[in-house]
Design a protein around this ligand. Structure first.
Ligand SMILES: CC(C)(COP(=O)(O)OP(=O)(O)OC[C@H]1O[C@@H](n2cnc3c(N)ncnc32)[C@H](O)[C@@H]1OP(=O)(O)O)[C@@H](O)C(=O)NCCC(=O)NCCS
Length: 263
């Protein structure tokens, strides 16, 4: 189903989602490919009074079911949320559970409607590599295991209701329980300002910028590498540069002491 995202009316103009033609800030700022709703849930939700919706009761965070209709719903939502093309290779990994994932599901069955996916996160474990971390000594001496968040998204109507935070909390819980994991990581395109606020608010650190990392709609963009540390993990860059700074300070102190001893 394709629903034209309505032109903002006088009363809707203050809504954060309506200020821009883009439905998702993941899309390039001048994109014209992201102004239409595609998922069925939007048709349903426009008839629901969100101010009376009990989010704790109606929205459940659960694992992606590889056998049910989750994947069909997600395929459509991913087109709304992300400018990268998630093809069959990606969806095969999701259905074969080679990657992990959780969805936020809105249950409207008591209103004689259905259950709808309104948010999702997909992630997997990997060993940190040089491309992610850049040059750092820590990487050469230790194997740093990370949970890498590949995608996270929430439908427009339910953004800023903490659904994204709940999905992230799920990933944080899992990371904390796996003691080999030292941090959660992800790449985010640098123009995605709401995404940046979202990750910083949720305790992530912006570790570095990787220039021209991915091509989105015919242009390469810089991406930020964000990390959330768990199980004693810490920013290897910070450690390295802190050590260098400490060494320089020590040298200056010794030099000052030596000059002083001459007089
Ligand atoms: C990023 C995204 C997943 C956030 O989901 P969400 O459910 O709206 O986030 P939350 O409600 O949990 O927000 C938590 C905090 O993030 C910040 N935040 C989230 N959305 C924001 C926005 N549009 N503008 C400013 N701050 C925002 C706020 O600080 C918020 O806390 P507050 O409401 O107490 O101020 C959602 O906006 C989205 O799906 N965007 C499109 C896809 C995308 O960009 N994904 C991330 C990059 S891959």
């Amino acid at each position: 189903m394709t629903t034209e995202a309505q032109q903002p009316t006088q009363t809707e103009q203050s809504s954060p989602q309506q200020k821009n033609i883009r439905l998702s800030e993941s899309y390039p700022p001048n994109s014209t490919n992201n102004s239409q709703y595609l998922a069925e849930v939007h048709e349903v939700i426009k008839n629901i009074d969100l101010s009376t919706l009990d989010f704790n009761e109606k929205i459940t965070i659960r694992e992606i079911n590889p056998l049910g209709k989750d994947i069909d719903q997600l395929k459509v939502l991913y087109k709304e949320w992300f400018p990268l093309n998630y093809d069959d290779t990606f969806w095969n990994k999701v259905s074969k559970q080679q990657v992990e994932g959780y969805v936020a599901e809105l249950d409207l069955t008591s209103e004689s409607l259905d259950k709808y996916i309104v948010g999702a996160v997909v992630f997997y474990e990997k060993e940190a590599n040089r491309q992610d971390l850049g040059f750092c000594l820590e990487y050469f001496f230790n194997k740093l295991q990370t949970i890498y968040i590949q995608t996270i998204g929430v439908i427009n109507e339910l953004r800023q209701y903490k659904i994204g935070t709940k999905l992230l909390d799920k990933v944080k819980d899992i990371a904390q329980r796996r003691k080999n994991i030292k941090y959660i990581s992800l790449h985010m395109v640098e123009y995605n300002q709401s995404g940046e606020t979202f990750y910083l608010k949720n305790g992530f650190y912006k570790v570095r910028t990787i220039f021209n990392l991915f091509k989105l709609e015919e242009r390469f963009y810089n991406f930020f590498y964000f990390c959330f540390y768990v199980n004693g993990g810490s920013n290897p860059h910070q450690n390295f540069w802190m050590k260098v700074l400490q060494k320089i300070r020590e040298l200056f102190r010794k030099l000052a002491a030596f000059i002083k001893s001459l007089y």
